[in-house]
Design a protein around this ligand. Structure first.
Ligand SMILES: [Fe+2]
Ligand SMILES: [Fe+2]
Length: 304
């Protein structure tokens, strides 16, 4: 079963574009949700949440559902280990950060160039939103590079192995993960050792010991590891770990340091999710500012 689909190119790209996944996230976690949650907690009726619960199942497009089905079916512990061996030696390419942004921009999908933003534009909008809020320079730079791991798509990786909300492999799946029912056909469901609360891990072992489903977050974290401050590295590595940073799941795998550092993951999330606007950033005008910022932290060429 798995073999057939892994060799069927059409099955690798259910999404029209990677943005379809992010647009879905934005609908699932609307910008006002944080405020509503705060109001609920201070309101007289703390049980209100149930009725307000958004029915993401009903709202998801068939393409998005199919994307999650593939992601949840094929992201096994073995798959993650194999991809880590394949990519974390960083022996695929040497290029500078701006060069990588241009490289990523070649990603051709079925998005509409007239209305949809390019990859560079999403990165610049995210970074510019951080800059407008007076965030520190490393924070702005982290915003600029956060999605560069999507170059995995250019190397033949299917959408479900590049994007998607991430989750730990090797232990029981939380029901806080989007569409948990799609784990039904994941081969790890047949491995009893992986189906307990802790699975192969220890209580509070720290996320560094935990394998998350493979994707653009883990990859860009490794690429940037020697160059950005730790807070920024947490932002990169866990920005798609929605079950943890938006749903509060898997706290029992975190150590105290992770819990402190997740402050930054949560601080970053709104810039990623809500900075998109129809107004296109002027790439040419912004480039000198960002080239300077890149040079402050990164050498001219890094390994990918
Ligand atoms: Fe991302
Ligand atoms: Fe992003």
């Amino acid at each position: 079963m798995a073999e057939n689909i892994l060799h069927d190119p059409a099955a690798q790209t259910p999404l029209k574009s990677l943005d379809e996944w992010e647009d879905f996230l934005k609908r699932r976690y609307p910008e006002t949700a944080g405020r509503e949650e705060a109001e609920r907690l201070t309101a007289a009726n703390p049980h209100k949440k149930k009725e307000e619960f958004r029915n993401y199942r009903a709202e998801a497009r068939p393409t998005v559902k199919e994307f999650y089905r593939l992601n949840h079916t094929y992201q096994t512990r073995d798959f993650v280990k194999q991809k880590k061996r394949e990519y974390l030696g960083l022996n695929h390419r040497r290029m500078g950060v701006w060069e990588a942004m241009e490289y990523l921009n070649q990603l051709v999908d079925d998005s509409d160039p007239d209305t949809d933003l390019s990859q560079i534009e999403h990165l610049l909008q995210t970074a510019e939103a951080c800059r407008r809020d007076g965030r520190p320079r490393w924070f702005i730079l982290t915003g600029l590079v956060h999605d560069l791991g999507k170059i995995l798509c250019l190397w033949g990786e299917p959408q479900w192995a590049v994007v998607g909300d991430t989750f730990p492999v090797g232990c029981a799946w939380s029901d806080k993960i989007v569409f948990p029912e799609f784990f039904r056909d994941n081969p790890d469901s047949q491995v009893p050792e992986y189906q307990t609360r802790l699975g192969v891990y220890e209580e509070g072992c720290g996320l560094d010991q935990v394998d998350l489903s493979w994707g653009h977050d883990e990859y860009i974290y490794h690429v940037a590891k020697d160059y950005l401050p730790e807070e920024g590295l947490y932002m990169l590595r866990y920005h798609s770990f929605y079950p943890a940073h938006r749903e509060g799941a898997y706290e029992y795998l975190m150590n105290e340091h992770d819990k402190e550092m997740f402050y930054w993951v949560r601080e970053f999330n709104p810039y990623d999710l809500y900075s998109k606007s129809a107004e296109r950033p002027n790439t040419k005008e912004l480039r000198p500012y960002y080239e300077d910022l890149i040079a402050e932290y990164f050498p001219p060429q890094i390994t990918w």
